[in-house]
Design a protein around this ligand. Structure first.
Ligand code: ADP
Length: 474
């Protein structure tokens, strides 16, 4: 069985302690990875701090070349990388391939962004006192960035941290999810081969509660970029006092379907949005508000499309849905569904579990208080409820402590734009699912869904500080 050492200061280093990584689908051990300790994390941070000074003065075009080299190497190895994601995260291989293609794009965009770090000319004499002076603002790296990532997009969410951080001249200590550290070590190897100087990227795997906390608390780390659950995010906020924080947290994304929507066309998007990667996506479609006129036909069309979903091994090309990340996650999801049904919800699909697979569940007759609506399910469960007036649907969408993205389906532009303005989320997609994330647009939440925006350009802004330089003739 393959063992992955720690990646610190550009070297593969044996750790004191190791743990196994398991395949979520059959629970077999697939590799050994470091269970790093405090000292090893301390070393990684020291290496990052030391390397950063030199790295930030590397010409932007060289940093860009390294990022582009990494994108090219990943593109060359795309099938191996996709299989790795599929095996360690239980992601259906078709989706794993899409994740790798997106990741290549994220690093490509980061390479481009490195070449155009933004600046600003200040018209100094616009206010009294500025006469005869010239001024400009440039962006400089903030230093060392702690990146803490979840299991669900082990390549792409890591890329959203590493790409912009390196583009801006920062160094990084990455603490990947316990369930999916292999992808993180894989990308470290790619960067090593792409010519990244030693110490600029360090990967340290192990428990978040100790290592993630240590990274957040270390005063030498200037910023934390985190993607994960709202609960962990809140805990992290209290550790990372005084640091810049980028928090991409959970949600229970909602969709409004108007009475004029083309049901047949949108039902497959909704089903994909709800059940893709077993619903383990922060912007999975979780709540649907459908106009009463089309509510019944939407339900039956969604049920029909759901029956076509291939279920089983993630490596089987025919499958769209596989095991949840752990059996405990499957227990939790099932208990939430059962709780809803016990309180009057009606399932229009069979509730069925095989190992850590939960077959897709469509629920109706739910209430906003049920966990399947109020909390982030992170499983293949979607609720569908009718509405009569748009206002009512918008209230439904906003009846949530989360606010990441939302979707609206209608040809009625007036209602669509009005609702888009009123919906309390970081992004609204008209005639698209909330699951849409493209790597160049600003992505992030309101309310308990977090703060700050990712999307390469926006992350670069976050991971730089502004420096004003003014000049007048001596
Ligand atoms: P998810 O539920 O999506 O797996 P988590 O929020 O549990 O997300 O974990 C996301 C990341 O946060 C993981 O890398 C995990 O190890 C890390 N983590 C867990 N607890 C803490 C903590 N107290 N401080 C910092 N990071 C943590």
């Amino acid at each position: 069985m393959k063992s992955y050492p720690l990646f610190i200061n550009g070297k593969w280093q044996d750790a004191e302690q190791y743990d196994f990584v398991y395949n979520p689908h059959d629970q077999g051990a697939i590799a050994r990875v470091p269970l790093a300790n405090k000292e090893e994390m301390h070393l990684a941070i020291s290496a990052a701090v030391h390397a950063q000074k030199k790295f930030s003065s590397m010409p932007a075009n060289k940093r860009s070349d390294i990022l582009m080299n990494a994108a090219i190497l990943l593109q060359e190895q795309r099938e191996t990388a996709a299989r790795l994601v599929s095996i360690e995260a239980g992601k259906p291989i078709k989706d794993a391939r899409k994740e790798i293609a997106r990741t290549v794009m994220t690093y490509t965009l980061s390479a481009e962004e490195a070449r155009r770090l933004p600046g600003e000319f200040i018209n100094m004499d616009a206010v009294p006192g500025g006469e005869g002076k010239t001024g400009y603002v440039k962006r400089q790296a903030i230093g060392t960035v702690g990146a803490i990532t979840p299991f669900n997009f082990p390549f792409n969410l890591v890329a959203h941290k590493i790409g912009p951080a390196l583009a801006a001249g920062n160094s990084v200590v990455l603490k990947p999810a316990e369930q999916t550290p292999l992808s993180a070590y894989y990308i470290a190897d790619i960067f090593y081969k792409a010519g990244l100087p030693d110490g600029v990227l360090n990967v340290v795997s192990g428990p978040g509660s100790s290592l993630g906390k240590q990274l957040a608390e270390d005063p030498r780390v200037q910023a934390i970029s985190f993607t994960g659950s709202t609960d962990t995010g809140k805990r992290l906020e209290s550790s990372a006092i005084g640091k810049k924080l980028q928090m991409e947290l959970g949600s229970n994304a909602a969709v409004i379907v108007g009475d004029d929507a083309d049901i047949e066309r949108i039902a497959s998007s909704l089903v994909r949005g709800a059940f893709g990667f077993q619903g383990q996506v922060c912007i999975s479609v979780q709540r649907i508000y459908a106009h009463r006129k089309i509510y019944k036909s939407l339900l039956s069309e969604m049920r029909r499309k759901t029956e076509e979903i291939g279920i089983g091994s993630p490596l089987d090309e025919a499958n769209d849905l596989s095991s949840l990340i752990t059996p405990e996650a499957a227990d939790r999801v099932l208990s939430w569904v059962e709780e809803a049904v016990d309180h009057g919800a009606k399932a229009i699909t069979d509730i069925k579990r095989e190992g850590a697979i939960i077959h897709p569940v469509i629920l109706t007759n739910t209430t906003p208080e049920m966990k399947v609506n109020a909390e982030e399910v992170f499983g293949p469960v979607v609720t569908v409820e009718p509405f009569d007036e748009w206002e009512e649907a918008v209230i439904g969408v906003n009846h949530s402590r989360y606010g990441l993205q939302a979707g609206i389906f209608t040809n009625n532009l007036h209602e669509a734009f009005e609702a888009a303005d009123q919906i309390e989320t970081g992004g609204v997609h008209i005639n698209d699912v909330p699951t849409l994330r493209l790597d160049h647009f600003p992505y992030g939440g309101m309310k308990d869904s977090g703060s700050g925006r990712e999307g390469v350009k926006y992350a670069v802004e976050f991971l730089t500080k502004q420096k004003l330089i003014s000049f007048q003739s001596p």
